[in-house]
Design a protein around this ligand. Structure first.
Ligand SMILES: [Zn+2]
Length: 223
């Protein structure tokens, strides 16, 4: 999505359509809904929120009726941080009216993921996994096994991985555990996996390892 270069995921099964993150504003959410319907001829039935930062969750209200999945501490985070998310959105260039509308309409997850859960989209099973802490304490990734053994596994990484800029470690990040969490992502996707970052273009295992090494060098690693 153009506003903050957020990368959105879409997984389509015979019985359901899963959206990974909902973009940065109500207007972007509505635009996204139009794009999904144009692409698939279907409506979104499931949403996975990779974490609670405004640029990944402020479009959720555009998808009424969808089951919304988040890591189990995400509802508390969103309730607690509603005002801070609004102000962060404005600081990052979001129109104040859009940000206020998003905060007012903020959608809390209807399904909470403790560790890991599986969602059956119909001939397409996906795993929602909390691989550990890193970018936040409630990062959730979406793992989509290939349809055939020769297809790569796709992992939607949220902001645990960034391609269009440096990984962002704010006050709510856990830098010391982040490298270990990237090792967990590499185990989920494997050497041939395709890794979809929270911002920017799809990357490979080598890229993840380089980002893990850079984080470990800068912040050290927890033992
Ligand atoms: Zn983030």
């Amino acid at each position: 999505m153009p506003h903050l270069d957020v990368t959105i995921g879409l997984v389509v099964g015979s019985g359901g359509v899963l959206l990974v993150d909902t973009a940065s504003t109500p207007a972007e959410g509505a635009e996204l809904r139009g794009q999904v319907e144009a692409l698939t001829g279907r409506t979104v039935t499931h949403i996975a929120l990779t974490h609670g930062h405004f640029d990944h969750v402020f479009g959720t209200a555009a998808f009424p009726g969808a089951e919304v999945y988040g890591e189990r501490s995400l509802p508390d985070y969103l309730r607690r941080e509603r005002e801070a998310l609004l102000e962060s959105a404005v600081r990052h260039g979001t129109d104040r009216e859009q940000a206020e509308q998003a905060a007012r309409e903020l959608v809390l997850p209807t399904r909470q993921v403790a560790g890991e859960t599986e969602v059956d989209l119909g001939e397409r099973r996906v795993r929602l996994v909390h691989p550990g802490t890193g970018h936040t304490d409630h990062d959730l990734v979406v793992v989509v096994p290939g349809a055939s053994p020769s297809d790569p596994t796709v992992v939607f990484c949220g902001d645990l991985v960034e391609e269009s800029g440096e990984p962002q470690a704010g006050d709510d990040a856990d830098p010391a555990h982040w490298p270990g969490t990237l090792d967990a992502l590499l185990a989920l996707g494997g050497e041939t996996g395709r890794y979809v970052p929270g911002h920017g273009a799809v990357v490979d295992a080598r890229y993840l390892r380089a980002q893990r090494d850079a984080l470990a060098e800068r912040f050290g690693t927890a033992t």
